[in-house]
Design a protein around this ligand. Structure first.
Ligand code: URA
Length: 263
């Protein structure tokens, strides 16, 4: 049985896992899997199942099944590879676990955003379905994530928000950041943050459009939870403290959501 080209996984290694949690950062794979293992009262595995390029996978035994944690790297193209190869191996439920910048003033750093649907400001999803096709979360994953996020917010400070995410291929121009190399935001994106805000979009991130579009197109289940690490009305840069807080909130929500999806 050949291993998948990029992820270096095969059916034997993943032991029938049907659910995958998808952080972006390969180092976050061990953090997510560590939390998931501890929620089961086990000791975290020291080594990943596979680690090739940006794709780092842990397998966490969960009751009578297994859950995968696979990092996707940043952005749609690498996320599409992770999704495609995991789906080929039989994974049918995906939860993107990430960080985000909010564009609404009532949302604060440390809050949790559950994406109901994404603006497709990526390129990768257009290779799978035309731009008119919706990037929506699966209703079962959405409900489970909301329950997980509410449970997480009961034990921590912070609020849960649900709504539209703007999912961009770029961190700088596509999210209208001026603290880039050139400082220039192309005309197409100038004023877009205010436009999205008025359209009641909640946040910027970089993978959900790809994850949700592909899964809707394939008839698989997907959702996205993000921890807020910056409030774009106030500033562009993400502080280390805010990053830690946002990461923890998103990971805790995802870990509390898994049992609700396994049943
Ligand atoms: N991730 C993003 O894509 N944008 C942000 O502002 C923060 C995290």
């Amino acid at each position: 049985m050949p291993a998948s080209y990029h992820l270096d996984l095969d059916a034997r290694k993943i032991c029938g896992a049907k659910i995958a949690l998808l952080p972006g950062d390969p180092f976050r794979s061990s953090m997510v899997s560590g939390h998931l293992v501890k929620s089961q009262g086990h000791t975290p595995p020291e080594k990943p199942l596979a680690h090739k390029r940006e794709f780092c996978t842990y397998r966490v035994p969960f009751g009578r099944t297994s859950v995968l944690v696979t990092s996707t790297g940043i952005g749609g193209p690498s996320a599409s590879i992770a999704l495609d190869e995991l789906a080929q191996l039989g994974v049918d439920t995906f939860i993107r676990v990430g960080t985000t910048g909010t564009i609404q003033t009532h949302i604060k750093v440390g809050d949790v955003i559950v994406t109901s649907a994404s603006v497709r400001l990526d390129g990768a999803s257009t290779h799978y379905a035309p731009i008119e096709f919706p990037a929506v979360a699966h209703h079962e994953v959405l409900q489970a994530l909301l329950a997980g996020a509410k449970a997480s917010c009961r034990s921590q400070k912070g609020k849960v928000h649900v709504g539209i995410t703007v999912s961009s291929d770029t961190f700088y121009p596509g999210q209208e950041r001026h603290d880039s190399f050139s400082g220039h935001v192309p005309r197409r994106f100038q004023g877009m943050t205010e436009e999205w805000r008025r359209l009641n979009a909640l946040n910027y991130e970089m993978e959900s459009a790809t994850v949700l579009t592909l899964c809707v197109a394939w008839g698989l289940r997907a959702g996205c939870v993000s921890g807020v690490v910056v409030s774009r009305g106030r500033k562009e840069r993400v502080s280390a403290k805010a990053l830690r807080l946002g990461e923890e909130r998103a990971v805790e929500t995802a870990v509390l959501t898994v049992p609700l999806l396994i049943g």
